[in-house]
Unconditional design. Structure first.
Ligand code: ZN
Ligand code: ZN
Length: 590
């Protein structure tokens, strides 16, 4: 227990420090709202212990909520109560930061109500019941002494049989796709109890008697998981629900999840139009590049085929497997230098990004990803995890390197690191909000990263020409457009599949022909779209809203428009939905 005390003191110290700083400037309404937010979050964690643990709040680690009718009623009561409390605050009395927090809290509460009462995935999605990853986190993350984590693990594990019994009780006419996914994922998760737990017990200093008791509980837990998957396999499901969400529910979910100024249908129409524009631009570039790469050969008569040929040719330009990480590392300082030289956005050099080889538990994912500290671990490092291709078989590595070729690798760095996700995160941390840290708007976050890809190329970024680059090469643009087609077609795919009955065949055609994807990637995307809804829209929607907003301001301010000022102001609102940022920025300008 001793180890915990300094951590708690430390937390209180940082909290009161940030309160002190701003205290005198706060209006009484903001003061009241701030303390309400703290109470809100604490009660949110009480009814969502799993969510709490995942963001680093470990007080309820030993609790596993049984997903029965009683827990749903508790959650609905919570939503009603909090919505009532929220309605007592007048938006006009609150600061901009609190206004956006207020909107986001209200949205979250209504989204939860809608999920329980309207979407009802708890009835038709058997894969929503799976305990393994939250248990794996307790063993894999070193936030408290191992023995303490193991004891909480054991207390939580005792509820697993009741958890799956409640799941069986809830499920009615599930979709076949979610049923198959539930069986696959639940069986896959058993290793947490059969391997990870015994391994952790070996490393611990617990007494043998206690270890044995935990192993016995684990055996019971494994049995319940297996029983659940058997039950699913034998379920008489004569009228399975379609995995397609349908137009009405889709539109509603889009509203809650994306919080866009546009409807789902409007975004779909924009994506269709954008796809056409991208194809037109790509063909123009292909015509221009053709003689350079295929001298003496006439251009293919079929436009889409010609583009495909050119993309494949350019994909041959890629790094060797053993220099993948070094290539990524070398690009980060080049990006920073280019941004400074061109006055694109202020980059805080006191918070450098820590680049590391991806940790073992992420191995196999490859690529690159940002790992940010959670809201309860503010002083933790932000890592840029870079995958290693060592141990991959030659063909798999080659196809991967072609996908993340010389051009795309640069765009990936812009997106994930600078000035994409990492830069956005640094700005978001400057106006800390626990609400935005836990309810951050994905369309804004992904939209920003996608927006910066285009912004960097428009500003002339091209790694081949270094810091003095003034214009991105046609090769770079062509590959960027191919990359951008991915998020554009994600939106077309998701909307068409869930609201327009698009067949698997048509979906694969869209991805392989219109978006130039490999068959394996397209198949993977089909699997994803058949078990998720709306999430795939966040990239294109956020990007479109940010880009359009910037153009609108540019037209309005004309020569007074400053790109750097726009970026810094835009990010200063934190991870709020774009429509609210836009509203506040426009008001500020008047
Ligand atoms: Zn190659
Ligand atoms: Zn991203």
């Amino acid at each position: 227990m001793k180890k915990i005390i300094p951590v708690i003191i430390f937390c209180i110290a940082t909290f009161s420090f940030s309160n002190l700083q701003a205290k005198d400037m706060l209006s009484p309404a903001d003061k009241a709202f701030n303390s309400y937010k703290e109470r809100f979050v604490l009660s949110l964690w009480k009814i969502n212990p799993g969510w709490a643990s995942s963001v680093g709040f470990h007080k309820y680690d030993n609790v596993l909520v049984i997903p029965d009718q009683k827990s749903r009623i508790l959650e609905l009561d919570f939503c009603n109560k909090q919505l009532d409390s929220l309605s007592r605050f007048k938006l006009d009395d609150l600061s901009d930061a609190n206004k956006t927090d207020h909107h986001m809290m209200e949205n979250q509460l209504k989204y939860t109500q809608w999920g329980i009462q309207e979407q009802k995935a708890w009835q038709w999605d058997p894969s929503s019941y799976n305990v393994s990853s939250s248990f794996a986190d307790m063993l894999g993350n070193d936030y408290a002494p191992l023995e303490e984590r193991l004891r909480n693990f054991a207390r939580r594990m005792a509820a697993i049989p009741a958890y799956y019994k409640a799941a069986e009780h809830n499920i009615k006419n599930p979709t076949l796709e979610h049923t198959a996914l539930a069986i696959e994922q639940n069986l896959g998760g058993i290793s947490v109890f059969e391997q990870d737990l015994p391994d952790a017990l070996k490393r611990s200093t617990l007494e043998q008697k206690e270890k044995d008791a935990m192993l016995a509980k684990a055996a019971t837990a494994v049995l319940s998981i297996k029983e659940y998957t058997e039950w699913l396999k034998n379920l008489k499901n004569e009228n399975p629900r379609s995995f397609r969400l349908g137009k009405e529910l889709y539109g509603q979910k889009f509203g809650f999840e994306i919080q866009s100024g546009y409807t789902a249908d409007e975004i779909y129409q924009k994506a269709l139009k954008h796809k056409q524009e991208l194809h037109d631009e790509m063909y123009k570039l292909t015509e221009k590049l053709w003689p350079k790469y295929f001298a003496g050969h006439p251009i293919r008569a079929n436009k889409m085929e010609a583009i495909q040929y050119m993309i494949e040719k350019l994909s041959e330009n890629h790094v060797k497997a053993d220099s993948f990480q070094a290539a990524i590392e070398a690009q980060i300082p080049a990006l920073v230098a280019f941004i400074k030289k061109n006055n694109l956005i202020y980059i805080d050099s006191s918070k450098p990004l820590v680049i590391r080889k991806e940790p073992a538990y992420m191995a196999g994912v490859a690529g690159a990803s940002i790992n940010a500290p959670g809201p309860y671990d503010k002083n933790g490092n932000t890592y840029y995890n870079v995958g290693s291709l060592s141990g991959w078989d030659k063909n798999k590595a080659e196809s991967y390197l072609r996908e993340y070729n010389h051009y795309i690798l640069q765009i990936l760095n812009i997106h994930e690191a600078i000035p994409g996700h990492y830069t956005q995160l640094v700005y978001a941390n400057q106006s800390p909000s626990i609400i935005k840290a836990i309810l951050g708007n994905n369309a804004m976050i992904e939209g920003w990263a996608v927006y910066t890809e285009r912004m960097m190329l428009e500003s002339g970024y091209d790694g081949d020409n270094g810091i003095n680059s003034a214009m991105a090469s046609p090769e770079m643009w062509l590959m960027y457009y191919k990359w951008n087609l991915r998020s554009t077609c994600n939106t077309i795919l998701d909307y068409s599949v869930h609201t327009k009955n698009m067949s698997k065949e048509a979906a694969l055609e869209l991805l392989t022909k219109d978006a130039f994807q490999q068959q394996a990637e397209a198949e993977g995307k089909w699997k994803r779209v058949s078990v998720t809804q709306v999430q795939l829209d966040c990239y294109f929607t956020g990007y479109t809203e940010i880009y359009e907003f910037r153009q609108e301001l540019k037209n309005k301010l004309k020569i007074d428009f400053r790109l750097k000022a726009f970026h810094e102001k835009f990010l200063s609102y934190g991870s709020a939905p774009v429509k609210y940022i836009k509203e506040l920025m426009m008001k500020d300008m008047k």
